[in-house]
Design a protein around this ligand. Structure first.
Ligand SMILES: [Zn+2]
Length: 154
């Protein structure tokens, strides 16, 4: 393994290669853009976190097997996505990072829920949901922007 080519560079090259050969739907299915951002984070933490260092090896294995994986069973795809989830869960718990879009999604969901109660109180569900969703989107966007500014998103 030595001399070790820069891991992140090597990983980005592999991902870029897959992106070229995959269709857009396949790239999305295998979460290639997201995986690249996850790889960047692991690389940042790996000098001080043994688990991140270990996950780097897992990402390399995932990428090396990806070409074959696409022809394999849905089980293999599920396994691939589960591995990514496990890495993200580590980044969340240990390093307090969240996948980009998390707050936006929470804001939207909470806004609709709020809108339904508002709508019930106003006796106009449609208007309530409109107002609630507007508030939810605004709060979600604000939290999302702050997390991004603090460097807390993947
Ligand atoms: Zn870590």
């Amino acid at each position: 393994m030595t001399p070790f080519k820069d891991w992140l560079e090597d990983t980005s090259e592999k991902i870029a290669k897959y992106k070229k050969s995959f269709t857009k739907a396949e790239s999305r299915k295998y979460r290639l853009d997201f995986l690249e951002r996850v790889a960047k984070r692991l690389n940042e933490f790996s000098s001080m976190c043994g688990e991140c260092n270990q996950y780097k090896g897992e990402i390399t294995t995932l990428l090396n097997n990806l070409e074959g994986l696409i022809k394999l069973s849905p089980m293999a795809t599920k396994d691939y996505r589960n591995k990514i989830s496990a890495i993200v869960s580590h980044l969340r718990k240990k390093h307090k990072l969240i996948p980009a879009g998390t707050y936006t999604a929470i804001g939207n969901g909470a806004g609709v829920a709020l809108g339904i109660s508002l709508g019930a109180a106003m006796d106009n569900i449609g208007a309530g949901i409109g107002i609630g969703a507007g508030i939810g989107v605004a709060i979600g966007a604000a939290l999302e922007a702050k997390a991004k500014k603090d460097g807390k998103t993947i």
